[in-house]
Write a protein that binds this ligand. Structure first.
Ligand code: FAD
Length: 393
């Protein structure tokens, strides 16, 4: 019969790869997409939902078009095991699916014990909101329920993690909301990192829009020494116990668990070759997006989408003999600081034998005028429309 590609994970990497393989192979390859959820909430723009710039339905997407227009067999189930010798994926609902090539794009899971006192069992008291949907709703509701003058604490993650500017865009959006609804509230960030993405731009914006509201405690002042107590709603920050109204814990991350089950990880991530996004452990498996270690690209939706196109081309080349061009990648991460105040950072990349290597980059500048910042924000809105159409058809 036809060669079959099985894709695990219908997010930025997996949905894009499934769609490109189905679209460009014109029926020569069977594509099966395994994804447990029927509605995918993008993490991108979920901070804007928290800030009140978007409603939840605007970041919700379904898989109907991938099935009806592209003939992809969308299976709503969890992949729970991979037999690399037999080349099969087993499903939580029973049965197994054979593949010629497997694409894994499962995103991230959290490192157990990364923040003492926190586990996923505590995520309803202290949400991460680092997988979008119910967690984003919960965090927003908790912010709305804060007493006047209350305290929001974020426990920021160590590198590497998905969306380097994400926690700081989150802080901006929380501050935007609190400024309107609860202007005497305080925001504290416990941060294990010396520095962070677009730091100068965020700090300038926080001073301009939210002066006096945000305090960041870096590692030199104990920001890496944090323990939480979800029952008491306290954060022990380097010996000082803070009683908080909202605690947003974003723990250290690792590749989605299915990569560990496939035994293709080294440390927390799955190493890949940038030429094809093939696993360095098993050439029949391609890994995309956040789950990979690949070199210079940040873990972002834009990156996962860009890597998916390289993998789709390589998979078609391997299975149908179609032409394969040298891998090229790009990424831009936009962040909204306040209404119409958007900033960005981005780069282009190429594959070397060693890694995905940065070629050229750009970043917004401090002191830019309002018109420029508005244009940058509008660009991000266009990008959102573009990438979600590229993923879901
Ligand atoms: P995901 O998109 O997370 O997709 C993984 C999918 O795999 C999920 O749907 C999951 O259900 C499924 N899955 C997991 N395990 C299994 C399994 N065992 N079986 C079957 N399915 C499974 N990126 C940007 O480019 N721009 C932004 O502005 C941006 N903002 C962000 C803001 C926040 C707050 C956050 C948290 C992230 C943001 N990102 C942004 C990052 C972006 O969301 C991720 O980098 C991107 O989603 C990664 O794509 P992925 O395919 O690796 O994983």
């Amino acid at each position: 019969g036809k060669p079959r590609v099985v894709v695990v994970g219908g997010g930025a990497g997996g949905a894009t790869a499934a769609r490109y393989i189905a679209k460009d192979s014109k029926g020569e390859i069977d594509v099966v997409l395994i994804e447990p959820t029927r509605t995918y909430y993008t993490c991108f723009f979920s901070n804007l939902y928290i800030g009140g710039f978007r409603d939840l339905s605007s970041i919700a997407h379904s898989y109907g078009t991938l099935a009806s227009e592209y003939g992809i067999n969308v299976v709503h189930d969890w992949a729970i095991g991979i037999d690399r010798d037999a080349k099969t994926v087993s499903l939580a609902g029973g049965g197994s699916v054979p593949y010629d090539r497997l694409i894994l794009s499962p995103g991230i899971d959290f490192v157990d014990g990364a923040v003492p006192g926190w586990s996923t069992l505590a995520q309803n008291k202290m949400p991460h909101a680092y997988k979008a949907g119910s967690q984003s709703e919960l965090l927003k509701a908790q912010i709305e329920a804060m007493p006047q003058g209350g305290t929001y604490v974020m426990v920021a993650p160590p590198n590497p993690y998905r969306c380097p500017p994400g926690p700081y865009e989150r802080i901006s959006m929380v501050a935007h909301k609190l400024k309107a609804e609860n202007p005497t509230a305080k925001i504290i960030i416990a941060d294990p990192k010396e520095k962070f993405s677009k730091q100068g731009l965020f700090e300038e914006g926080w001073n301009t829009h939210y002066a006096g509201m945000i305090e960041r405690i870096g590692p030199d002042f104990g920001g890496a020494n944090v323990e939480v107590n979800p029952d008491e709603m306290t954060v022990n920050l380097d010996g000082e116990v803070i009683k908080a109204d909202v605690v947003n814990v974003i723990p250290a991350m690792k590749a989605g668990r299915i990569c560990e089950l496939a035994d293709i990880t080294e440390g927390n991530w799955a190493p890949v070759s940038g030429h094809t996004m093939q696993s360095r452990v098993d050439e029949n498996i391609h890994v995309l997006g956040d789950a990979t270690s690949q070199g210079d690209m940040p873990k972002s939706g834009f990156s996962a989408n860009s890597q998916a196109k390289v993998a789709a081309m390589a998979v078609r080349g391997a299975l149908t003999g179609s032409r394969v061009f040298p891998a090229k990648f790009s990424n831009t991460c936009w962040s909204l600081i306040d209404t119409d105040d958007g900033v960005k950072v981005g780069a282009t990349y190429e594959a070397t034998d060693e890694k995905i290597a940065k070629v050229d980059g750009f970043i917004s500048q401090t002191g830019e005028d309002a018109a420029m910042r508005k244009t940058t924000y509008e660009e991000s809105v266009g990008w959102y429309e573009g990438i979600t159409a590229d993923m879901f058809g």
